[in-house]
Design a protein around this ligand. Structure first.
Ligand code: BDP
Length: 696
């Protein structure tokens, strides 16, 4: 049991009663059509049903009681009166219906869609019902994804290193492509399709232009061919200066006709290899990457250059808003908004601006990015970071759905109450047709794909939320646990509770009360609240926590950077007053004295200590919860998770001790009674070097 099968485990259902019920409901399968996607769907069903039901389920019999009919309008039409036209009109290109009905007086189950990929998604859903032991009677499900582009962003380099990757090397074996197709490519595609992910950006946003050359394009095309039957389009990160680096031009100026011509030809060439190529993701004028500003052009002019080249082929540009100026700004949190809001309405129709969930950088907690709601004329694509750069890398159990949901459910008030970030992103607030979400992949060539066995839940959950952001964190944890480990209620409930709690626990021992950017220098592993005096102030920790003898926190109100002014008035009002600001964002927006009274009645210093200790103690609770599952989980995965929780416990104490001792220099107050004192001095924590740290 090495986790290789992810959540797509089709072992026989152990509960005899459940299995017998399913065997009666699904006796055989009627499924016509031989497109690659329908073949993939059929294979999945065959494998899934044979495995889960532990019996041979014949395909293509005459309709009888217990027949499963699967297909599109065209392939199901000859079967007779299913009346699919009207309901199918509601589900769109990727949606599907799953329902039970009577046909020729027989009880049948139907999976129907408008397209082959809709059928595939429907099959995965049906299998999920079985894997999670859901009843199959009286089904009447209608599913449509809420977002169009549901994309993974791989930060994979061409040498197979993965930026901020903690699960081994890149899956893409460029040196063996296009000839050798590693079987994992198909497994990857299956896993993505099973949750509805329909796009993948293969290479790092810090892009190497070589990916766009004829050396690499046939290799990209080979991957695209494997992914296509699973409904997955391939995209590439484009380096803005590619016309110079691989095109031999002297400039990459977006208004230069030669540059425009070069991109048009390059894009035509790409479509020659990959007829359904998705488009480009671009990081420009950000952290040293080249961009239009090198030529005094705007981000819109840069994005439109690529958009014009892609438009004839139906491709899109995902232009990242993760920018902060080369001159040190007064508050990095304000930069993206300042640069992008004036460009609203200036982007072509096939451009999405891709915005990180928060304005700094994927911290354990950030308030939603102020750009959401502030660019009504531009489709904004959400970017989440699935890989755990700032949230414990591959050693900490951190279930991210509560983080994603917190952002998606946040109210921007852009058009009055109820203008949630989710509505901005899904296009319903401003009526956008093009919508999407990106997740920075946590996948590598580790045998279990994601390093930490529970990190699989973040890949799974990201996909599920990308499909339907109305799902709850609890629903997703429940599904994933049942599919990945066990349907035993005595297992699912406590472990789900642990997953849900894990987010707040990590926040507490890393960055409680709205603190942020306290991590170790450069590798971002472990605590580094002392990080200071670096090439840029806004890469240090001291810049963000501002601790001094008076207090702690970044003043983003009018008396400080006034970043709050970028939010709509009701948000400003609530967050602008420390009394009404949610405590989880307190020190994000306010610099407060050490004796400030928090909601618990404790002083700010005591509360800070209390949070750090509560966070670290709660990891011991997670260890207990897991230990109680020993008899319910296979020994391999049980032990792997148990050991990682032991490591997490040590790391939580490390974070706690380092941060509390560091801030104590400024607060000059004792660690409250009853809390165990750190066993080493601050200097010890400051001296730690991590040569053995994971990833890069
Ligand atoms: C930061 C990472 C860096 C990425 C950058 C980005 O530290 O490796 O290149 O974000 O998103 O989180 O472009």
């Amino acid at each position: 049991e090495d986790g290789y099968r992810l959540w797509l485990r089709y072992d026989p259902i152990a509960d005899q009663a459940v299995r017998t019920r399913y065997q009666a409901a699904l006796k055989n399968v009627l499924m016509e059509g031989d497109s690659p996607t329908l073949v993939a769907a059929r294979e999945e069903l065959m494998e899934g049903l044979r495995g889960l039901l532990d019996t041979n389920v014949p395909f293509n019999p005459a309709v009888q009681d217990g027949t499963l009919l699967v297909g599109t309008l065209q392939t199901l039409a000859p079967v007779g009166e299913l009346n699919l036209e009207k309901p199918l009109r509601q589900v769109g290109d990727e949606g599907y219906l799953i329902f039970t009905t009577k046909l020729k007086r027989r009880n049948v189950t139907v999976v129907a869609a408008n397209t082959d990929v809709g059928v595939l998604y429907g099959c995965f859903h049906l299998l999920r019902l079985l894997q999670t032991h859901q009843p199959l009677q009286n089904l009447n499900l209608q599913e449509t994804p809420k977002l169009d582009l549901r994309v993974l962003n791989h930060w994979d380099n061409l040498d197979r290193s993965v930026e901020r990757g903690y699960a081994g090397a890149s899956l893409w074996k460029w040196h063996l492509l296009p000839d050798y197709l590693d079987p994992r490519y198909r497994e990857y595609a299956r896993a993505n399709a099973s949750v509805g992910i329909n796009g993948t950006v293969l290479n790092n946003v810090n892009a190497n232009a070589l990916i766009l050359t004829e050396e690499f394009l046939p290799r990209v095309a080979a991957l695209a061919n494997v992914f296509r039957p699973y409904g997955i389009k391939v995209y590439l990160s484009a380096r803005f200066s590619a016309p110079i680096e691989i095109g031999g031009l002297k400039t990459a100026d977006p208004l230069d006709p030669q540059v425009q011509q070069w991109w048009k030809k390059k894009v035509d060439e790409i479509y020659g290899y990959i007829p359904d190529f998705g488009g480009f993701l671009v990081k420009a004028n950000s952290e040293g990457q080249p961009g239009p500003q090198n030529y005094n052009r705007s981000h819109a002019e840069g994005a439109n250059l690529l958009a014009d080249a892609l438009a004839p082929h139906g491709g899109v540009v995902m232009w990242r808003a993760f920018v902060y100026s080369n001159e040190e700004p007064e508050d990095r949190a304000k930069q993206a908004y300042n640069e992008f809001v004036p460009l609203d309405g200036k982007f072509r129709d096939n451009v999405l601006v891709q915005v990180k969930n928060g304005a700094i950088d994927f911290q354990p907690r950030e308030p939603f990015h102020p750009l959401f709601g502030a660019m009504p004329n531009t489709p904004l694509m959400m970017e989440f970071q699935i890989t755990q750069e700032y949230t414990g890398q591959s050693t900490n159990l951190f279930y991210q759905m509560p983080l994603y949901k917190e952002t998606l459910d946040a109210d921007t008030y852009a058009k009055g109450k109820g203008s949630t970030v989710a509505k901005v992103v899904d296009g319903t607030l401003e009526g956008h047709r093009l919508t999407g979400v990106a997740g920075v992949s946590n996948i590598g060539d580790d045998r279990n794909w994601t390093g930490h066995p529970f990190a699989q839940s973040n890949w799974y959950g990201y996909g599920r939320l990308a499909w339907d952001h109305a799902l709850t964190s609890e629903q997703i944890a429940d599904e994933w646990l049942r599919m990945t480990f066990s349907n035993d209620e005595a297992f699912v409930k406590p472990v789900s509770d642990m997953m849900i709690a894990s987010r707040e626990i990590v926040v507490d021992y890393m960055t409680p009360l709205g603190l942020h950017h306290l991590m170790g220098w450069s590798h971002h592993y472990g605590p580094g609240p002392w990080v200071t005096d670096k090439p840029r102030a806004d890469w240090t920790a001291t810049y963000y926590h501002q601790a001094d003898s008076n207090g702690i926190g970044f003043d983003r109100t009018k008396t400080g950077s006034d970043a709050l002014a970028q939010y709509f008035p009701p948000v400003q009002e609530q967050w602008g007053d420390p009394k009404t600001c949610p405590e989880e964002f307190l020190l994000w927006f306010h610099h407060l004295p050490w004796d400030y009274t928090t909601k618990s009645g404790r002083s700010l210093w005591d509360e800070l200590c209390h949070r750090y200790y509560a966070g670290a103690d709660s990891v011991a609770w997670m260890q207990d919860v897991w230990q109680q599952q020993k008899s319910k989980v296979d020994a391999d995965r049980f032990q792997h998770v148990a050991t990682l929780l032991d490591i997490q416990k040590k790391e939580a104490i490390w974070w706690r001790n380092a941060c509390v001792l560091y801030f104590q220099q400024f607060s000059r107050r004792p660690i409250p009674d009853g809390l165990e004192k750190p066993d080493r001095p601050l200097s010890y924590y400051e001296s730690l070097e991590f040569h053995a740290r994971p990833g890069n």
